[in-house]
Ligand binder design. Sequence first.
Ligand SMILES: NC(=O)c1ccc[n+]([C@@H]2O[C@H](COP(=O)([O-])OP(=O)(O)OC[C@H]3O[C@@H](n4cnc5c(N)ncnc54)[C@H](OP(=O)(O)O)[C@@H]3O)[C@@H](O)[C@H]2O)c1
Length: 245
Amino acid sequence: PGDRIAYADGPLGAYAEMRLLPARHAVKLPPAVDFETAAALLLKGLTVQFLLERTCRPQPDESILWWAAAGGVGLLACQWARAAGIRLIGVVGSDAKATQARAAGAFATIVWPREDVVARVRELTAGAMLRVVYDSVGRDSFTTSLDCLAPFGLLVSFGNASGPVTGVDLGILARKGSLYLTRPTLATHLASRERLDAGAAALFQRVREGALQVHIGQRWPLREAAAAHRALAARQTVGASLLLP
Ligand SMILES: NC(=O)c1ccc[n+]([C@@H]2O[C@H](COP(=O)([O-])OP(=O)(O)OC[C@H]3O[C@@H](n4cnc5c(N)ncnc54)[C@H](OP(=O)(O)O)[C@@H]3O)[C@@H](O)[C@H]2O)c1
């Protein structure tokens, strides 16, 4: 009783002033992490952690592609990559978002759809293309992401911002160079208490050290949740968005 807690995954029901939460999802917050930081950090930060440390481990000096690099997950990924020496090429929707992503640590940015993503990746990698692409846009970016990979490359499709990827002819992976494809979710990675605690501890440690700063781009009162959804769908948000009771 009295502990300050947060959670990253759990049953639906966050749009409420109060809720019941199964204790196995709860993470105790250190005193230095306030509620707003926790709300913006936990799900998105743990997502970046499993993507960059478990799904695939990009190496220092390796180039990777990251869609929506100025989003809530994206700005944390830029910082994480910079700290690890990884060259994150961020795809973003505007010049303003490109500036934000580079300030957070992106090695380069591509403004999409204005720029040709595949051509820019070819240029930035001197023709080598990539071993791994992280794609949270989904339907609209799927083929482009595959085209950014070198033979035997891995597409990590981890979100559906433009709609889900469906009806894939698996032969496309063969034709484009014996590619690999995965569709991971945080829920699997947090299924054990040990992994949840270890991930949260690593995340809070990075925040304490100042290696990871949480960017809250916009806040709405909970009763205006619809406005938040409209802004998100219109690609108008930067960093994390908070709904406050
Ligand atoms: N697999 C998992 O376990 C897991 C966990 C957490 C989050 N996610 C996913 O990771 C992604 C990022 O989450 P987030 O909360 O940080 O969101 P976000 O990146 O802040 O917002 C989504 C961004 O996607 C881009 N986008 C491109 N096409 C879009 C379209 N047609 N409609 C709307 N947005 C579009 C926009 O950025 P630009 O304007 O720069 O293109 C937009 O700002 C989401 O897709 C989310 O579902 C997955």
